[in-house]
Design a protein around this ligand. Structure first.
Ligand SMILES: Nc1ncnc2c1ncn2[C@@H]1O[C@H](COP(=O)(O)OP(=O)(O)OP(=O)(O)O)[C@@H](O)[C@H]1O
Ligand SMILES: Cc1cn([C@H]2C[C@H](O)[C@@H](COP(=O)(O)O)O2)c(=O)[nH]c1=O
Length: 685
């Protein structure tokens, strides 16, 4: 049985790069990222150079203008960019985006004016806004699902790993251009110009690499303005209403808020530790080093650990380390703890991105990523701006207890606030996404570190497959949805068994006839409950359990909840008695997920075009009790249920069911399939 278990073998980084289309995308991404960082450094430097004769205030505004204009497009245009990324050709978006950015950056040193620098910088960021969601949404189309985590690790590595490379390259170019300027004073090359030219070239090379990329074709845009707006709204609504995506976004944005606060006060904080610029450099390096370790080592060490839990755990680790940085004013200790802050954030970031890529459907993936990028930048900018102000408000304090003196700075106060915020976010994300409440965190952690696969209760009993049940009153649409679900799962490559109660076995067919025949109106409630339980016992032992044991996905139209609702709530038998009989009849087999289709009684009855059977013919009050019984069961264990309004259109319900089921599905392609066949499994667009 698989929940949100490992996405694949974390040691397969090389095998992801063996996928040619992904390798090309990754090379192009690395070049574009290098160009991005290089441009940031070069533009800040050039802005300083172009304003060197002006007042310090103008210089400050010029440099901060570069940073602000880099962030502004995300705030204004992100949702639109995301919506378009889902509608227009992604390869074309990326190629045109890279060429435009290259041209814009090259034009800056040629024009050589501050106003154009700011405008071109702004325009390049607008273009990048369309490029980034197109890239993020393309990755899951190029690699099989079980390698998505490694693909994201590599993408993140090149995005953030290129920062120190760009810094080194920039320093080298600056030195080279000043030597050149010394040798040939007539050239008068400002230090940053060369960096911007090279930056332009990295984008052109990236465009050529992408152009040769076999990105699956998408339908061209046909929608008018109003439907573009509608898709933005749908993306926004989806992000907020799907619990898993909500948990992920909340966690990632909380991490950004805390990260922004740390960035905002880091320089002030190291000053209070007497470390100055060198200390600032050490802290900067420590975060990046920690992030790299977290992204690569975290998923490897905890390869069998639930990814949903790992996300919250990573955030929690960052929070605790940050709390210690704020509490213990010591530079060496702070540098060590900062590595842990970065490591936790790295684990959470790679896990979160991978889950989003895996669980958000392709048609709205672009919007979700765009939404994340935009919100992250807003949150980051907000907290970078507010943090120093807050530090100033808190002020510096000195406490003396006998001979012990404790100095507490405003920047340390901000770090503590950021840590507490992160801790809260980690806790909420963990609670929202915990997919194994029956297994304690410590047990799973110890098992994962020791590399021992964790046996969950049903797995211990030899159940490897996934058991999904559709429940609800008469005419709610269970058979319709069970059929659609089975079609989809088979298309996705799963071994699927569809079944129903009562009547899925030879014995069951006879019992069904007995139970539903109006001849037996007045049958005692206990006899009825026992006959349903007998049907179920036969069903589990001859159909459901064998299928689960061989690893299949079983989709059943009704199961134990039906008897708890009909014979328990409807016939008013003691629910605990009915539950006990059925626990015995099924050997304690519980579904992984129960989808409850909830419909007003009258509507359900009206959907039937045939004469009512014995149960359907029961009075309306009976069916009202049944409906209430189902709802009460779902409320008692919400993590095991998906409750849907069955009045919604069939297609919408089908989509919701797919979204909820996706994360609990096992991997349809064995991890070693590619090595065996040498083929890339087909990923449906
Ligand atoms: N979302 C929906 N909106 C409107 N009609 C629907 C919807 N879903 C299913 N139906 C229609 O309602 C009728 C009953 O659907 P279905 O047989 O799937 O329900 P059911 O829950 O399996 O019913 P029963 O419990 O009586 O077997 C069918 O005619 C089906 O086409
Ligand atoms: C499994 C089960 C079913 N029932 C009732 C519910 C329905 O009225 C009929 C048969 O179901 P169908 O979906 O219309 O084919 O049986 C029940 O009372 N108790 C049960 O456990």
């Amino acid at each position: 049985m698989s929940r949100s278990g490992p996405f694949g073998e974390p040691g397969e980084t090389r095998s992801v790069l063996a996928i040619k289309p992904f390798r090309r995308l990754w090379i192009s991404l690395s070049l574009s990222s290098l160009g991005d960082w290089l441009s940031l450094l070069a533009l800040m430097s050039l802005a300083t150079i172009l304003t060197q004769d002006r007042s310090p205030l103008v210089q400050y505004f010029a440099v901060s203008g570069v940073v602000l204009l880099k962030l502004l497009p995300s705030i204004l245009l992100s949702p639109l960019a995301g919506a378009l990324a889902d509608r227009i050709d992604r390869r074309l978006t990326m190629v045109v985006g890279d060429i435009l950015r290259g041209l814009l950056y090259i034009s800056i040193p040629i024009v050589g004016r501050l106003d154009w620098l700011l405008i071109a910088n702004f325009l390049a960021e607008c273009v990048a806004l369309f490029w980034a969601p197109a890239k993020d949404a393309t990755v899951p189309n190029l690699v099989p699902k079980n390698k998505l985590e490694q693909a994201n690790q590599l993408s993140l590595f090149s995005t953030y790993g290129s920062a120190p490379v760009a810094a080194g390259l920039f320093a080298l170019l600056a030195a080279f251009s000043s030597v050149l300027g010394g040798l040939f004073p007539s050239l008068g090359t400002p230090e940053a110009d060369l960096a911007l030219y090279i930056n332009g070239v990295t984008f052109f090379v990236a465009a050529v690499v992408i152009w040769r990329l076999p990105v699956p074709a998408r339908e061209p845009a046909t929608a008018d303005r109003s439907s573009v707006l509608r898709t933005i709204w749908e993306g926004w609504r989806f992000a907020g209403t799907t619990p898993l995506v909500r948990g992920l976004l909340l966690g990632m944005l909380g991490a950004f808020a805390a990260g922004g606060a740390v960035v905002g006060v880091a320089r002030l904080f190291v000053e209070t530790l007497g470390a100055g610029n060198a200390g600032f450099g050490v802290m900067f390096g420590a975060v990046f080093a920690g992030m790299a370790v977290g992204m690569f080592a975290g998923p490897r060490i905890l390869r069998d650990f639930s990814r949903r839990r790992l996300f919250g755990l990573g955030l929690g680790m960052s929070a605790v380390a940050l709390l210690l940085v704020g509490l213990i004013p010591n530079m060496v200790f702070a540098a060590g703890m900062t590595v842990l802050v970065g490591a936790g954030a790295g684990v959470a970031w790679v896990t979160g991105l991978t889950m989003l890529g895996r669980e958000v459907e392709d048609d709205i993936r672009g919007r979700t990523f765009a939404f994340l990028h935009a919100a992250a930048k807003i949150v980051l900018m907000g907290s970078v701006a507010v943090a120093p102000l807050l530090a100033g408000l808190i002020g510096s304090h000195r406490w003396q207890v006998r001979e012990l003196t404790y100095d507490f700075s405003g920047s340390a106060g901000v770090l503590l606030i950021a840590a507490l915020l992160l801790l809260l976010v980690a806790f909420v994300s963990y609670r929202q996404m915990n997919d194994s409440p029956e297994v304690s965190l410590l047990t799973e952690l110890v098992a994962a570190v020791r590399g021992v696969p964790l046996s969950r209760p049903q797995e211990a009993a030899g159940v490897r497959g996934t058991f999904i049940v559709l429940e609800g009153g008469e005419g709610a649409g269970k058979s319709t949805q069970a059929r659609q679900l089975a079609i989809w799962l088979r298309e996705e490559g799963f071994d699927v068994v569809t079944t129903r109660e009562p009547g899925a076995t030879k014995l069951g067919m006879r019992l069904r006839a007995l139970l539903l025949d109006k001849e037996h109106t007045g049958m005692s409630a206990r006899a009825e409950a026992l006959l349903y339980a007998a049907d179920r016992a036969e069903h589990v032992s001859s159909v459901i359990r064998p299928a689960l044991e061989r690893g299949a996905i079983v989709v059943s139209d009704r199961y134990v909840d039906s008897t708890l609702a009909y014979q328990g709530a409807g016939r008013e038998l003691a629910t605990s008695d009915v539950a006990r009989i059925n626990e015995w009849a099924t050997g304690g087999l519980v579904p992984d997920l129960t989808i409850l289709l909830d419909l007003p009684v009258g509507l359900g009855m009206a959907r039937h075009g045939r004469p009512a059977d014995r149960l359907e013919a029961e009075p309306e009050e009976f069916h009202e009790r049944v409906r209430a019984g189902f709802r009460a069961l779902a409320e008692r264990a919400p993590e095991r249920y998906l409750v849907l309004d069955a009045q919604r259109p069939q297609e919408e319900i089908t989509r919701e069911i797919r979204r909820r089921i996706r994360p609990i599905l096992p991997d349809p392609v064995p991890g070693d399939a590619e090595e065996i066949t040498g083929m890339l499994p087909i990923i449906k667009d």
